[in-house]
Design a protein around this ligand. Sequence first.
Ligand code: NAD
Ligand code: UDP
Length: 317
Amino acid sequence: MRILVTGGAGFIGSHLCERLVKEGHEVICLDNFFTGRRENIYHLLDDKRFELLRHDVIEPVLLEVDQIYNLACPASPIHYQYNPVKTVKTSVMGTINMLGLAKRVRARILQASTSEVYGDPEIHPQPEDYWGHVNPIGPRSCYDEGKRLAETLMMDYHRQNKVDTRIARIFNTYGPRMLEHDGRVVSNFITQALRGEELTLYGTGEQTRAFCYVDDLVEALLRLMNVGEGTDPAYDVHDPVNLGNPGEFTMRELADEVGRAAGVDIRVRHCPLPQDDPQQRKPDITRARDLLGWSPTVSLRDGLKRTVADFVERKRT
Ligand code: NAD
Ligand code: UDP
């Protein structure tokens, strides 16, 4: 198949491109390089099945493809808050453009949504039918509400125009190729631990997240994209599916795990908790288990070891 991956030079996108090329597909990686890096896809540039397109998803694009993974959007709070209006445009205009393309060429399209659609959740763990608890006017809203509207667009294009859609609600994902110090907790902690700096623990450190290793997530994205209608009569494949690792950790526990993976004694420095920071988050992955036969296989301890090794290697070269 010919497959378009928007945001393909980013952290998750580059792993996805690599996997799709490995499976023998022709891959077009579209990216504006806001947070993506050439280094993430250098190793694919010589492959005749891989093509790189510098383009911004807020502008329409004409291509002939069979499938579209729409991942373009900065994911770290410091990046998506850098230019919030642009973040909204990327999620809304970008998704409209990709849906328009999918409609024109009859491609199947998967939208990378997020656990942030649940906001600071009042239900724990979060199932897909929970509507969320999101501040519409806060500093995180450009990302959260942008993604919520992207989901709305996916459902409306499906109902109105019969576009073949899939929605992945991705929970915190980590692994090799995360940007150093990109503001997300795993990359911040690893970078700080390797530099012998104090780990910046926001708030009490008692807030929780559930972390999924990137290879597990890419496997789930492929399964969701390729699951056929009617596979499980209990589920509609066009409805959102939570993708994440249900193992839940406090940020204090994560700091200790990073120290263990990096082989250093860590020291923490408490910093103010950012506004609207969710107190707890953990996916209910019943739907992914039933519909996709998927559940994560990499433990936090193993995944952190692999991620630390990648950060060390990148520091050396
Ligand atoms: P990332 O920042 O590494 O990747 C995003 C990519 O999109 C980058 O390559 C960036 O340059 C590109 N991009 C941004 N705006 C663009 C635009 N207007 N036009 C074209 N390209 C653009 O982030 P990531 O962690 O790889 O996230 C990928 C997707 O997964 C995002 O949509 C994100 O919202 C979603 N997601 C990620 C996580 C996570 O924990 N990593 C969790 C939930 C959802
Ligand atoms: N966090 C932290 N120290 C950091 C960066 C983040 O304690 O250096 C906390 C942050 O307050 C949040 C959690 O770690 O409670 C996850 O933050 P991240 O930005 O990685 O993901 P998100 O909040 O979007 O789930």
